[in-house]
Design a protein around this ligand. Structure first.
Ligand code: 5AD
Ligand code: SF4
Length: 442
């Protein structure tokens, strides 16, 4: 037992990675480690890395370089790197060659092996690399130290089979695998008994949940099941793929009172030519009619999306199609990305890559189109009372709390710490592009 050793973990990337880090922390706590935010005091530094875009990758290398000094000053410091970057052999070779101060490398599929890896490294004292290509079995029962005690992530599936041509995730996270519904239910029940109010179900493509299960339970059925948990107040989920979004799911969102009226539905590009090259398997028209159907069924739904600008061969006309979807779908908000070449994906080898300058111009135009719509949609809430999960004190004003609506909008309102972790009624008084302001409405 390593008593009183301190660890510091830094996480890049998506919610999947954030949740993996919660598991790593849970394992370390069970080994007797305690968290520190001071890297000078840490005995173990772990970087949980992301490979989805080049920026994320470069940040990891920059940070690793800085750790050389710390390792020189404290040779007992253990430096470990894990996460999506480590699934790529080329990256591992770079680390071995240029960052020999790293002690331990593991991947996305063998987090549960961390206790053994730390032990083995202790005995060998040289760089230990253990990365699994994939993991056939889902490992249950990994201890988890959750960041909050009122909202929690729950994995419902791992991996992705979609192979969008720009995306590295199917190569780093492996083949799609769904967790057994009993295991998900057990985790959700336990959380609700511990006082958690909100769960977020995580998967790269939650709409294909169940396909690998013998029972073939669907995602819509899973939502109905979880909606029955008494003490739970809110169920969120992401991400949905437009090609798989069923009427049953729309109906589940509509009828399950605990399921948030929110859909994160990435469309990536509005051009049919580009969508085809991306292997997205829907057209602009299909996406827009899906949006129309969802809005008709659930008028107050909040729609958010992901958009990529500058995919290979994207012309001005293709980009105009993207803007058209933005204007017609009227997203509440969007994550916007400059296309980033990911070696090993089909799009990396496509000809006619779009020059950076043009990508940036289009990116700005996209933001100029998205932002006024977000502002308009937020203004539609003025005068309405919404349920907000109070999360923390507001960063800019300590007399105020900040919290999130069930559609994930950030709301600031006056209140004390007795409300943190509770769902309260807030009347919206003012809207900005990114945030809302309101007051408690009793
Ligand atoms: N370049 C830019 N954006 C990307 N995404 C995934 N791969 C890339 C890439 N190579 C974006 C997609 C996806 C989100 C999580 O990241 O929009 O939905
Ligand atoms: Fe990547 Fe496409 Fe899978 Fe999402 S659905 S993780 S974008 S391959």
């Amino acid at each position: 037992m390593k008593m009183n050793k301190k660890y510091l973990i830094t996480t890049w990337g998506c919610q999947m990675n954030e949740h993996d880090s919660e598991k790593i922390e849970g394992i370390l706590n069970s080994l007797g480690y305690i968290a520190t935010s001071d890297k000078e005091k840490a005995d173990l530094i772990i970087y949980n890395t992301c490979l989805v875009r080049e920026n994320a990758e470069l940040k990891v290398y920059g940070n690793l370089g800085e750790l050389k000094r710390l390792k020189r000053e404290n040779p007992n410091l253990i430096i470990a790197i894990c996460g999506c970057m480590m699934q790529k052999e080329e990256v591992r070779l770079v680390i071995k060659e240029k960052y020999s101060h790293v002690d331990l490398i593991f991947g996305t599929h063998n987090i549960h092996k961390l206790p053994e890896l730390l032990e083995d490294h202790d005995q060998k004292k040289n760089m230990l690399v253990d990365v699994w290509e994939d993991n056939e079995e889902i490992v249950e029962g990994v201890p988890t130290k959750r960041k909050y005690d009122f909202k929690a992530f729950i994995n419902i599936m791992y991996g992705c089979n979609n192979f969008c041509t720009y995306c590295i995730v199917p190569y780093t996270r492996g083949r799609e695998k769904s967790r057994e519904p009993e295991d998900i239910l057990e985790e959700a029940l336990k959380l609700s008994k511990e006082g958690y109010k909100e769960i977020t179900l995580l998967g790269q493509n939650v709409n294909s949940y169940g396909k690998t299960l013998d029972s073939k339970l669907t995602f819509a059925q899973l939502l109905h099941m979880l909606n029955e948990i008494d003490d739970l107040e809110r169920i969120r989920f992401m991400t949905s793929h437009p090609k798989d979004l069923s009427d049953d799911l729309i109906n589940a969102i509509k009828t399950c009172e605990k399921v948030s009226n929110h859909l994160h539905l990435p469309f990536q590009s509005g051009s049919n030519r580009i969508l085809k090259k991306m292997n997205r398997r829907y057209t602009k028209e299909q996406y827009l009619s899906l949006v129309e159907k969802i809005r008709k069924e659930i008028p107050d739904i909040s729609l958010t999306t992901d958009i990529i600008v500058g995919f290979p061969e994207e012309t001005e006309a293709d980009f105009e199609d993207t803007l058209e979807v933005v204007r017609k779908a009227r997203f509440d908000s969007a994550f916007t990305f400059l296309y980033s070449i990911r070696e090993g994906t089909p799009a990396a080898d496509m000809e006619n890559q779009v020059p950076d300058e043009i990508k940036h111009q289009r990116f700005q135009k996209l933001l100029d189109t998205l932002h006024p719509i977000s502002f308009e949609r937020n203004k539609e809430l003025i005068g309405k009372t919404v349920k907000v999960l109070a999360e923390d004190f507001s960063k800019n004003d300590s007399t105020k709390l900040s919290g999130r609506t069930d559609t994930n909008r950030l709301v600031h309102f006056k209140g004390g710490d007795d409300l943190i972790g509770k769902i309260v009624n807030v009347k919206i008084l003012k809207a900005k592009t990114w945030t809302l302001e309101g007051e408690i409405d009793v």
